[in-house]
Design a protein around this ligand. Structure first.
Ligand code: IMP
Ligand code: MG
Length: 186
């Protein structure tokens, strides 16, 4: 496992993102919608830096199964979402990979009557986009590698790491050999 971004680098990335959001949104009320489960750490750190009136809601999305490192079918659940009609919404996710998760969620939030939907991701994997949507706020561009930590998991583990690490193929094989697949909720 190789460290890609240290806790300090992630912290300054979050500060930069919060500043960019407030520069655009000003003091207007903002509903932050996090995508469970991978965004929990980004949301927790970001909202504490977003000065001003804020509501927080969560939705759930999953496109990976167990120890897969390439996405499968997209599964969305929005039953935890508060009423966002007429609200200015910031959709927050851990990583923009193919972009299919954010694209589907932005469409759904618009359909529910949000006045405006912007999206923010901590990470964007280079060369992987399959949609035309571009997130308004991107913390870091990273190479096309499977990453864990700071909320991101592999087969349910590693979300608690305070830094971001890339898993090499050897790491992935070793972890696959050691533990059965869990029902993923990335
Ligand atoms: P997308 O729909 O392909 O953009 O996939 C985005 C979702 O896949 C993110 O919300 C993550 O939860 C998950 N994901 C994509 N790449 C990685 C990775 O390298 N590590 C862990 N999770 C990932
Ligand atoms: Mg996710």
């Amino acid at each position: 496992m190789r460290t890609l971004l240290s806790a300090e680098q992630l912290d300054s990335g979050i500060a930069r993102l919060a500043e960019a959001v407030r520069a655009d949104v000003g003091r207007r009320p903002l509903t932050v919608v996090g995508v469970l489960t991978g965004s929990i750490v980004v949301v927790a750190d970001l909202i504490r830096r977003l000065d001003g009136p804020i509501c927080v809601g969560m939705v759930w999305a999953s496109s990976y199964r167990g120890s897969a490192t390439r996405p499968g079918e997209l599964d969305l659940r929005l039953d935890l979402l508060p009423d966002i009609a007429g609200q200015e919404v910031l959709l927050v996710d851990d990583i923009f990979d193919s972009g299919r998760t954010l694209k589907a969620l932005v469409t759904e939030l618009q359909r529910r009557g949000a006045a405006r939907v912007q999206s923010l991701v901590l990470l964007r994997k280079l060369g992987r986009a399959e949609v035309t949507l571009e997130p308004e706020y991107v913390g870091f561009d990273i190479p096309d590698e499977f990453v864990v930590g700071y909320g991101l998991d592999f087969n349910g583990g590693f979300r608690h790491l305070p830094y971001l690490a890339a898993l090499d193929p050897d790491d992935i094989e070793a972890i696959r050999g050691a533990a059965p697949d869990v029902a993923s909720n990335r």
